[in-house]
Structures are given as C-alpha cells and as structure tokens.
Design a protein around this ligand. Structure first.
Ligand code: C2E
Ligand code: MG
Ligand code: MG
Ligand code: MG
Length: 287
C-alpha cells in the first residue's frame, strides 16, 4: 500500500531473490553490529495537547544510519529485525535510550513502539520494569505502543502482561487504529489507555465526508471507553481544528513537528517555551 511504499528510503526488495537473501543476511549482521556499538539513534516526535499549544508527549522512533547506504527506514529494518530475531535486543536498546533521554524532558510522556515479538517475550514485563528502575524513571512517564498484530496469539497472556504494566502505571496505546481488520473486538477485550488513530484517516478527511464521519465516530467510541485519543499524521492546521473540536486529546504530525534528534527536540521545546512566554507578556501588556 501507499503507506509502505512512500515511507521506505531504502528497500530490501529491489534485487533478485538470490541477492535479496544475501542482502538480508548482510544487513542483519550490520544491524546486529549497530545495536552492539550503540550506533542506532532515536528520534522524538512531539505530541501537543488539543489546543496545540503545549507539547505533552513524544513518540520515540528508531533510526539507523548505515555507514554506506545512509538513512534506512524503520519500515525496512524493523521487519528485518523481526525476521532475524534481533527485535528483542533492538527494542531493548530503544527502550533504554528513551528512558535515559526522558530525564531531559521531565514534563513529557514518552511513548515507545513495541513489536509483538517483544510483547510476547516471557520476561517482557520484568524487562520493562527493570529498565524503568535502572534509569529511575517513574512508570507513569512511559507509554507503550502496540499494533493489533500483537493479538495474533494467546490473549490471556497478553491481557495479563497489559494489566501488570498498567498496575504499575505504564500506559498502553493501540497504534494505527483502524488500519487492520478486527480492531473493534480488541477494544472490547483489552483495556487500552490510549487510542492512536491511523494517519490514513487524517489524510483522507480532506477529500471525503465519509472519512470525517468515521473520524468523529472513532473519537466518540474511544471517549466512551475512557481512552485518550491521539491523532497522528497531522499535516495541516485545519486538521487540528477539526480534531480538537471533536474531542481528540493529543496531536502528532509533520504540521507540529517532524521527529527530532534529542538535541533538536531540546531546542524545539525551548523555542516554544520562549514564544509562549512572549505571548503571555504581550497579553498582559494589553490588559
Ligand atoms: P508508527 O509507530 O505509526 O509511527 C509513526 C510514523 O509516521 C513515523 O514513521 C513518523 O515519522 C510518521 N509520521 C509522523 N507524522 C507524520 C505526518 O504528518 N505525515 C506522514 N506522512 N508521516 C508522519 P517512521 O519513523 O518511519 O516509522 C515507521 C514505523 O516503523 C512506525 O510507525 C513503527 O511501526 C515502526 N517503528 C519505528 N520505530 C520503532 C521502534 O523503535 N520499535 C518498533 N517495534 N517499531 C518501530
Ligand atoms: Mg507508533
Ligand atoms: Mg502509528
Ligand atoms: Mg544523540
């Protein structure tokens, strides 16, 4: 689909089958090395509150710059890591880095993507709690994003893990909501804290009333179930207006900011804080 095609900065599937197998082998060895050498990175994409004034959360997104090939999309290397068994170590690396960096932004929630393989690891919950402990991070600063593909498997085990994490204060988000097949039944069975509406719905709202109707219904449904609603893929100002008017709680997308390296995020937050302070001062002068 367009989503996959559009995102890839580099694809594993440009070559013949034979080459593809060799490339995969080589790439997974290099990914292994990148994990071991701390050569990966995390980009943080800000999420604003409904007024779009205040940054309240960031989503951590894995980044890999290959020495020869340059920047490789996570849409390529995350599936590769899944296939080659590197995903647990990769996921652990990302989580540790995000927990470390989180101290730079004490007011923000940090949202980390977790793949189904990680979630189903027998020590997943312990691993999360130990990492929070290692970095002395309050569990309520962490949100975990899963997609519905996590549910191909033992529901009872998944439910237990979710509840154990939630009991400690960790939040769980359902990512890319609406992009799969059976999301509704999962909403009934699993107590998600947060619902992230797939960005296809956001981009479609400009062309169709149907898409708007679906969006408002998703928001209402999420609210009725007591969830925090996040919209991702916001690329225009009017989308924020519509979503805010309809009760969406958190806004994420290129219109607010692209994912940023830690240094750039620090600057972005300072810059916004300064602009806000100036706006307040100007307001007081007027009164
Ligand atoms: P996702 O979790 O749904 O993350 C949102 C993706 O949408 C990010 O792509 C982000 O850069 C992109 N995005 C944000 N705002 C906009 C916008 O306004 N317009 C458009 N067109 N795109 C926007 P990215 O960083 O390339 O990541 C792609 C996917 O790779 C993620 O989708 C997630 O499924 C996976 N991923 C990334 N990092 C990790 C990770 O650390 N662990 C796991 N398991 N998966 C990850
Ligand atoms: Mg996500
Ligand atoms: Mg998403
Ligand atoms: Mg850095």
């Amino acid at each position: 689909d367009a989503k996959e095609n559009g995102r890839g900065r580099w694809s594993f599937f440009d070559n013949s089958m034979q080459e593809t197998v060799q490339t995969k082998d080589k790439m997974s060895r290099e990914l292994r090395r990148a994990i071991d050498n701390d050569a990966l990175d995390v980009a943080y994409q800000p999420q604003c509150d409904a007024s779009a004034n205040e940054v309240i959360a960031v989503e951590a997104l894995a980044r890999w710059t290959h020495p020869e090939m340059g920047s490789i999309s996570p849409s390529s290397f995350i599936p590769l890591a899944e296939e080659t068994g590197l995903i647990n170590d990769l996921g652990q690396w990302i989580l540790r880095r995000a927990c470390r960096d989180a101290h730079r932004w004490p007011d923000l929630l940090v949202s980390v993507n977790v793949s189904p393989t990680q979630f189903k690891h027998p020590r997943f919950v312990e691993m999360i709690l130990e990492t929070l402990d290692d970095f002395n991070l309050a569990p309520n600063r962490l949100e975990i994003e899963v997609t519905e593909s996590v549910f191909a498997g033992q529901h009872m085990t998944i439910l237990k893990s979710m509840k154990r994490l939630q009991d400690r204060g960790v939040k769980i988000a359902l990512d890319d909501f609406g992009s799969g097949y059976s999301s509704l039944s999962y909403l009934r069975k699993f107590p998600f804290d947060t619902l992230k509406i797939d960005r296809d719905f956001i981009s479609d709202m400009d062309d169709s009333l149907e898409a708007e109707a679906i969006l408002t219904s998703i928001i209402q449904l999420g609210q009725a179930l007591g969830m925090t609603i996040v919209a991702e893929g916001i690329e225009a100002r009017h989308q924020i207006g519509f979503l805010a008017d309809n009760g969406c709680h958190r806004m994420q997308g290129f219109y607010i900011s692209r994912p940023l390296a830690d240094e750039a995020l620090a600057e972005f937050l300072d810059d916004r804080a300064m602009k806000q302070a100036m706006a307040v001062a100007a307001n007081e002068e007027q009164q």
